[in-house]
Ligand binder design. Structure first.
Ligand SMILES: Cc1ncc(C[n+]2csc(CCOP(=O)(O)OP(=O)(O)O)c2C)c(N)n1
Length: 197
């Protein structure tokens, strides 16, 4: 295995976040801790963003809960491969629950970026989309490059799910784009934007 291959992936995570979140409408967005929270914030802070400041392993499960509670709203989870690897069991629960309004997108840089770029299991060949498919999530795929991302966008944004894509993004360290830091405040902002006061 070439553990440095992700340094040469063509897709850049901030551009992928921008593409996923363009004209987002009333979509609910959960961002996993660390880099994906910065990516989602760099694309534009928004009251319907729930960027996690911790809870590693929890992003997909939080997205599932939201999707079940708000079946008429599209829920998009954007998280890292490290977070997803820590929360793999949630793929099984998502498959059992089959929330049609939930999409999970893993920004797979094959690294634990926030803690020093250590290679994750995906650098060694672990296939997250195959694991999601094996759990019973019908719409799954691994995205390499701009054309494949463009082709996957309709499924991620709008088509019946649950949907799971691993998007292979370049391993790169980028400037912080920090969301508001108070978790309770973020939760309240999200709640008010979703449910009113
Ligand atoms: C339970 C737990 N273990 C470890 C950490 C430390 N930690 C924070 S972010 C992170 C790596 C996240 O990697 P990934 O989800 O792949 O995101 P990336 O930054 O690579 O996009 C780790 C190990 C943590 N916050 N919580």
């Amino acid at each position: 295995m070439d553990l440095t291959q992700s340094e040469r992936f063509s897709l850049r995570r901030r551009e992928v976040a921008r593409a996923l979140l363009a004209d987002r409408g009333d979509m609910l967005v959960v961002a996993g801790l660390g880099s994906t929270a910065w990516d989602v914030t760099a694309a534009g802070d928004h009251p319907l963003n729930l960027p996690l400041w911790g809870a590693m392993g929890g992003a997909a499960a939080i997205g599932l809960g939201l999707a079940l509670a708000q079946p008429d709203r599209r829920v998009l989870v954007i998280t890292g491969d490290g977070d997803m690897l820590m929360g793999l069991g949630s793929l099984a629960t998502i498959a059992v629950q089959q929330p049609a309004n939930l999409a999970i997108v893993v920004f797979d840089n094959e690294r634990y970026g926030e803690t020093g770029m250590q290679p994750t299991h995906t650098a060694h060949g672990v296939d997250l989309a195959a694991m999601a498919h094996g759990a019973g999530i019908a719409v799954t795929g691994t995205v390499h490059g701009a054309a494949a991302l463009e082709a996957a966008l309709p499924a991620i944004r709008a088509e019946p799910g649950p949907v799971f894509y691993a998007v292979k993004v370049r391993a790169e360290s980028l400037p912080f784009a920090l969301p508001p830091k108070d978790g309770a405040w973020l939760k309240d902002r999200f709640r008010h934007a979703l449910l009113g006061r």
